[in-house]
Design a protein around this ligand. Structure first.
Ligand SMILES: [Zn+2]
Length: 484
């Protein structure tokens, strides 16, 4: 299918047709959660005919999937469970049973509806939730993977090394299936925990991949180590980052190192995905210092941008919270899922200025509301601190190799004020005093506060502090205050 060159009106038409079919043939009859929800809210799925009508459906939030004391396995309610009696009454099913035989039809139902694969949320802030995939969903995951590779501008002749941590997490498997579907050699190292830094460097030396894929911190770490060892990786032309944000500062540092290792035209592509969407989207290669936006797959799902306070749907290009609805899913299905992710540029249908694709794109920086914490610097009132802003300052500073922000109680006394301690590993040759001074100035101008202390560490100690190899997500913000 010509997924990336359709006009906006043709995309809308396909979305409307698929949404109607999905709600009436899959969700309304077979989703225990939404059947109940539709009844409670008196929603007639037949009356939701277009994308605009979606706003009549209530949102689903992460909290709706978490276990409660009455329902310890709440997530099961979201799994599509077919009613064979309903399926067997459908004309196309009766025809297929007559034509091909019952066992063939039953096998087909199994493939469509039986969960055969799981990924789970990483659960940094709450309990992990499992999302089930059927064979039907694996097909969509593969399709999304092949489209991602096309978006990155890669070809089947290229090779890639996948350094995402091997775990039941979307990022790792999205890459594995992308290679299988597209027909490109992709070697998965399993990340730092499985092969260690040295193992990953040796693997890249051996495979000589054009593309290196992984979480920004680990990719940067491996390239920095390889650079320090004097390795040459002139063939690298794509870096694909995912699993966490990939700020321009980190991208610049990676490209600069690779250039010194002999690479010429390296482009860095960001990706965005989440467990609940069960697929990821990516950027086409933007020129250095720019973003091209996450290129969506309009026939597989709908991304809405809403006002987080009122729930009202925003217009094209307006900022707000991202909300996702799949259009062709089985297994665990959530509709109008509120991601808690805020995007400052909204979604645009303007053709991409870099690749010309006409798919909608998520534009701008994505942040999380939960990255704002209230700190108690004085005895009386709290200060709201947006850690996304701090992260950006630190990632953009060229003299910083690694960093961590620690929040703790002064004198380790739970009743005392909060302290903000910045841990830094400078890059070789950085002037420590100048670095301290410039960081303090930037903190002061951008967020009107400065860290109580700045402590310097070696790169090795910092990597241990942020748990780069032992944890699936790095610990950038360490809240060491006693839990009250
Ligand atoms: Zn593009």
């Amino acid at each position: 299918m010509n997924w990336d060159r359709l006009s906006a009106s043709e995309q809308r038409r396909i979305q409307n047709v698929k949404l109607r079919r999905f709600l009436t043939e899959v969700i309304a009859p077979f989703s225990p959660y939404y059947r109940k929800l539709f009844a409670e809210h008196k929603i007639d799925p037949l009356r939701i005919r277009t994308i605009e009508d979606l706003r009549h459906l209530p949102f689903t939030r992460k909290a709706d999937l978490l276990p409660t004391s009455e329902q310890p396995e709440k997530f099961r309610e979201f799994i599509i469970i077919p009613d064979l009696a309903v399926l067997k009454r459908r004309p196309q099913v009766i025809a297929a049973a007559l034509w091909r035989g019952r066992s063939v039809v039953e096998r087909r139902f199994e493939r469509e509806f039986r969960p055969i694969f799981l990924t789970a949320t990483t659960g940094r802030s709450s309990m992990p939730v499992a999302f089930a995939y059927t064979d039907h969903d694996m097909g969509n995951l593969r399709t999304a993977g092949a489209r991602l590779i096309q978006t990155f501008g890669a070809t089947t002749k290229m090779r890639g090394v996948n350094m995402f941590p091997c775990a039941p997490h979307l990022a790792f498997w999205q890459v594995v299936l992308a290679g299988l579907e597209y027909g490109m050699l992709l070697v998965s190292s399993g990340g730092g925990k499985i092969m260690g830094t040295a193992g990953n460097i040796d693997l890249i030396d051996k495979i000589k991949p054009e593309a290196i894929i992984g979480i920004p911190t680990f990719v940067y770490h491996v390239i920095r180590e390889a650079h320090a060892q004097g390795r040459k990786w002139p063939q690298v032309i794509r870096i694909v980052l995912g699993g966490e944000k990939s700020p321009q500062g980190v991208r610049r540092k990676i490209v600069a190192l690779l250039q010194e290792m002999g690479a010429r035209d390296v482009r860095v592509c960001g990706t965005y995905g989440f467990t609940e969407a069960r697929l990821a989207w990516g950027e086409c290669p933007p020129p250095p210092g720019e973003w091209s936006g996450y290129h969506l797959f309009p026939d597989l799902g709908i991304v809405e941008v809403i006002d987080p306070d009122t729930g009202e749907v925003k217009g094209e290009g307006e900022p707000g919270e991202l909300v996702y609805t799949p259009l062709d899913a089985r297994g665990t299905v959530v509709l109008r899922y509120r991601t808690g992710d805020y995007v400052d540029g909204g979604v645009t249908w303007e053709p991409c200025p870099y690749c010309g694709r006409t798919v909608p794109r998520i534009i701008g920086k994505i942040g999380r509301a939960s990255n704002t914490k209230e700190l108690q610097f004085g005895k009386l009132k709290g200060t709201l601190v947006n850690f996304d802003n701090l992260q950006q300052i630190l990632d953009d500073t060229a003299e910083i190799g690694e960093w961590q922000l620690e929040i703790r109680k002064a004198h380790d006394d739970p009743l005392d004020v909060d302290e903000l301690i910045l841990h830094l590993a400078p890059v070789n040759g950085a002037n420590i005093e100048q670095l301290k001074e410039s960081i303090r100035k930037r903190f002061q101008t951008e967020i009107e506060l400065t860290p109580n202390r700045i402590e310097f560490h070696s790169i090795e100690d910092m990597l241990k502090r942020i748990k780069l190899e032992s944890s699936l997500k790095e610990v950038r913000i360490l809240d060491a205050r006693p839990k009250g």
